[in-house]
Design a protein around this ligand. Structure first.
Ligand SMILES: *Cc1c(COP(=O)(O)O)cnc(C)c1O
Length: 355
């Protein structure tokens, strides 16, 4: 591949000074990375250019049949001023798995990491400084070929955009209220659950809107076949401290293979817990919360790191978990993982790469 061209930017915006008011995903930096793909030609024209709208043909395949994938990761500013990325290679490797599932062209992972580093060097003033803030990174691929036929496209656009984000938690980790969906599912067995593709999120909106209307923070998704086994919560993986062991759903194809999930599983093993990759049923969870066998539950994902669960509601049955504060293990995991990301804890696994 040719070198990355750096195109001039017409107008330079300064990063917002009030970092406490950043709304997730609303503000974007001055520049983005872009490249194109055409069948027969491969990926070409890699460039860093002014952030701004694309011109797309109204028949572009992505707009009709949703051939689209994305990733989400963060850059952190450390106390010494260095900028750190957390397991970025894992994100681009997962991007390629999503690409394969959606019949889209794969990317050269090393080239993507290089492109991201170049973009971040130009935009480094946008990595916010306050505690808990970060620069959210969104690699995306869309099918651009203008044809109304259901088939993999012959042309694609890949881009990376950057968005400064406020600390997820202001004043401590607060447990969330979860609505367990018994009627709607996120993905079916054999579907696209393992791919980070837009359609999975579009189809989750109906249930999450209903949950929000009823005053819940997130939806807990059950498996599509038995409507019993717990799969994910919102767009996070979920872990349970049950009988003193860590339970989480196995990677059977219908859940996303989270990078936070895999990092948390490594940490809990080091803390001395047994990890059981087995899906608990919703009955086991509700009964476990009442009997005391289930002591903590938390979602895991890049945005929140860990998100403690304080209540489950399933078919009108409300079950509370814990005392209203995040559990002890949940807190320890949050502090350890964010400590590694921000450079306050040793990075024994070489998860962090600095710019
Ligand atoms: C992105 C995502 C996750 C979390 O993955 P991380 O790599 O930990 O950010 C979990 N579930 C779904 C559905 C997701 O889209």
């Amino acid at each position: 591949m040719t070198d990355i061209q750096i195109l001039p930017v017409d107008e330079i915006k300064k990063p917002v000074s009030d970092e406490s008011n950043l709304v997730f995903g609303k503000e974007f930096t001055n520049r983005m990375f872009v490249m194109e793909y055409d069948t027969g030609k491969g990926w070409h024209s890699p460039r860093i250019q002014q952030y701004g709208p694309f011109s797309l043909d109204p028949a572009a395949l992505v707009l009709h049949y949703a051939q689209e994938i994305f990733e989400g990761l963060k850059a952190f500013r450390r106390a010494d001023g260095q900028i750190a990325l957390f397991r970025p290679r894992d994100n681009f490797e997962r991007f390629n798995l999503s690409a394969r599932r959606m019949c889209m062209p794969e990317l050269d992972v090393d080239f993507c990491l290089k492109a991201l580093r170049e973009l971040l060097k130009l935009e480094q003033d946008w990595v916010p400084h306050s505690e808990g803030t970060s620069l959210y990174i969104r690699p995306t691929m869309i099918a651009t070929e203008p044809v109304l036929g259901v088939k993999p496209a012959d042309s694609y656009l890949f881009y990376i955009i950057l968005s400064p984000v406020a600390a997820y938690y202001k004043g401590g980790l607060s447990p969330v209220k979860i609505w367990v969906s018994d009627e709607y599912i996120r993905v079916a067995s054999g579907g696209t659950g393992e791919a980070k593709t837009g359609g999975n999120y579009a189809s989750s909106l109906y249930a999450s809107t209903m949950a929000a209307e009823k005053g819940y923070d997130q939806v807990l998704w059950l498996d599509s076949v038995h409507r019993q086994y717990v799969e994910e919560v919102g767009s996070m993986n979920i872990c349970f401290l049950y009988d003193g062991k860590i339970y989480t759903s196995p990677l059977t194809g219908s859940i996303l293979n989270g990078i936070t999930r895999r990092s948390i599983l490594t940490l809990v093993k080091e803390f001395g817990y047994e990890v059981v990759e087995h899906a608990l049923t919703i009955g086991e969870i509700l009964d476990g919360a009442e009997s005391g066998r289930l002591t903590e539950a938390f979602g895991t994902g890049t945005a929140a790191v860990v998100s403690p669960v304080g209540q489950f509601t399933y078919k009108g049955r409300d079950v509370k978990l814990g005392t209203g504060d995040a559990g002890e293990l949940t807190m320890k995991l949050y502090n350890t993982l964010t400590g590694i990301q921000y450079g306050q804890c040793p990075d024994d696994h070489n998860w962090v790469e600095t710019l």
